[in-house]
Design a protein around this ligand. Structure first.
Ligand SMILES: O=C(O)CCC(=O)C(=O)O
Length: 279
């Protein structure tokens, strides 16, 4: 089944219907050319400070093998360009996150935003599900368990299959058996133009594609949200100070962990209570 693609300006209900059925889809033109050009330039410049293969996701050698030995990755993107904060205010992606995550939490925050640059002659990344960052919740409740996380892979340039487009297995978010065998033959490549994004639930099987070119980089970035009662991958609340976020919207401050998590359920506690009275 090829990956569904649709304009980011399509009706939200239509987008959510496809996401629900297939687990992921490509939203064409999710980000403006101006925003993507500026993000791409800032990320290319910053990438000179990182060596290919040094990213480990904090997991040492297994993490290094997972992200790829000729891949450059880094997060804290708001430290290199304030355009990152505009990306967080994208209404379409936020509406999708609202629809998927708010039934399961009072608010959500950024899981991680990362430059994901796959170097020439790279093998495909192992196929995986993002929700398995939190196996203690996912494994016992699969497949009916709550949506915990929603992800996107955003094209900073044209991305083809040859250069390492993300590969997905449409429908795998609903497989009854979490341990079902996955194989490259089952995957489809998410080819995209600059500003398009592959949006997918954390339950969907996917992985970075092989970059078969001898001399070109696959330039994309990842942005994901996670329910506010789980710990994200990236430490945004301490990466960005109050001063860094001055002038940003309430929503941007919230998703970067600068607001308390106040549950709307009488049986759940308030969490992350920083300056609860003032904010
Ligand atoms: O680089 C890609 O296309 C996908 C990366 C990814 O899925 C991940 O590291 O979780």
């Amino acid at each position: 089944m090829p990956i569904h693609r649709i304009s980011a300006s399509a009706d939200l209900e239509e987008i959510l219907g496809i996401l629900n059925e297939e687990g992921g889809l490509i939203l064409e033109g999710l980000y403006s050319t101006r925003l993507i050009d500026s993000m791409r330039d800032a990320i290319i410049l910053a990438s000179e400070n990182f060596k290919p293969g040094e990213a480990t996701q904090g997991l040492g050698a297994p993490g290094n093998a997972f992200v790829g030995e000729n891949t450059i990755r880094f997060s804290s993107i708001g430290k290199i360009t304030s355009d990152y904060f505009k990306m967080l205010d994208n209404e379409v992606f936020r509406s999708i996150a609202d629809a998927l995550l708010l039934p399961n939490c009072a608010s959500y925050w950024v899981n991680t935003a990362q430059a994901m640059l796959i170097g020439p002659n790279s093998e495909a990344q192992p196929l995986h599900r993002d929700c398995l960052n939190w196996p203690q919740v996912v494994v016992p409740s699969w497949p009916e368990g709550p949506e915990l996380t929603v992800s996107s892979m955003i094209a900073l340039e044209a991305i083809t299959e040859e250069i390492g487009a993300t590969r997905v297995i449409p429908g795998s978010h609903r497989w009854p058996d979490l341990g079902q065998r996955v194989h490259a033959d089952m995957t489809e490549a998410a080819e995209m133009g600059p500003g398009d994004a592959l949006v997918y639930t954390g339950k969907l099987v996917h992985g970075g594609g092989a970059n078969l070119t001898p001399d070109r980089w696959r330039r994309a970035m990842h942005l994901s949200y996670v329910v506010g009662w789980l710990t994200p991958e990236e430490s945004s609340p301490i990466d960005y100070s109050d001063e860094d976020l001055e002038g940003q919207s309430e929503d941007v401050k919230r998703v970067l962990g600068h607001r308390s998590y106040i549950s709307d359920s009488p049986s759940a506690g308030g969490l992350w209570l920083r300056h609860a009275k003032e904010i």
